[in-house]
Design a protein around this ligand. Sequence first.
Ligand SMILES: *[C@@H]1O[C@H](CO)[C@@H](O)[C@H](O)[C@H]1NC(C)=O
Ligand SMILES: *[C@@H]1O[C@H](CO)[C@@H](O)[C@H](O)[C@H]1NC(C)=O
Length: 254
Amino acid sequence: MVLSSLWSYSCLFVLWCPVWTRVVSVGNVTESCPFFWPWQVSLQSSGRHYCSGVLIHHRWVVTAKHCNVRPKVDVVALGLHDLRFSPAQTVPVDKVFNLPQDGSFPPKSDLSLLRLSVPARFGSNVSPVCVPEEDEEPDDSWHCFTSGWGAAAGRADVDPDRLHHVRLTLVNQTSCRRRWGGGLISDSHICSHAASSSSCMGDAGAPLICQKRGTYFLSGVVTWGSRRCDADKPAIFTRISDYGSWITEVTEDN
Ligand SMILES: *[C@@H]1O[C@H](CO)[C@@H](O)[C@H](O)[C@H]1NC(C)=O
Ligand SMILES: *[C@@H]1O[C@H](CO)[C@@H](O)[C@H](O)[C@H]1NC(C)=O
């Protein structure tokens, strides 16, 4: 079953990095191998990158609601490593679906689903990540990463046009609430150590990807708090497993 999924580029797609690739790390920030994260997309407006998103299906991308994606105007660039080059595919956003808001600030449901106007073509540079079930919660045995453009903005030794990633360790709710204040962190958030630069990736909508036994899951999406570059404060992600039924509902009904 796994093998047939691999051939059809399901989310069980195996990642590999060519041995000849030069890997550049600055602190904990590593320049990713081109297309190592084939679900990572760039949301663009008039040719400019403004947020990241994550491909979960050939018609659907997940991002942060606060990216304010404009349907029929903004595009999704797929199969992209260096923002100075052309992406493998560029697809207009057809429609944006937002989680119902409860009016709280900071928003507790900072998630949008973007429907693509034409299906993405899967291949070695473009393929989806798995969406976790409710019981697939990352713990210390998982390996988690965030990836994005604009890494460690302002550091001369990091090229912000190229996709970078950072390995992250997760912080439990108790510690996270202690750092941020209880009212701000809900059970629908996942926190990670700031790991110096992770909170300075400067890229809203970027994914928290967690891997177990070779399968990569979209565990979270960067939300508020992540752009302050405060090394003492955990980075905060919207917990995707909490919204699994909403994602299934929207993607099946539309
Ligand atoms: C890298 O991350 C670890 C924790 O994940 C942290 O202790 C260390 O200070 C970081 N290194 C740099 C250079 O920021
Ligand atoms: C949360 O993490 C802190 C710091 O690592 C630890 O001391 C504490 O026991 C953890 N709490 C729970 C409930 O796991």
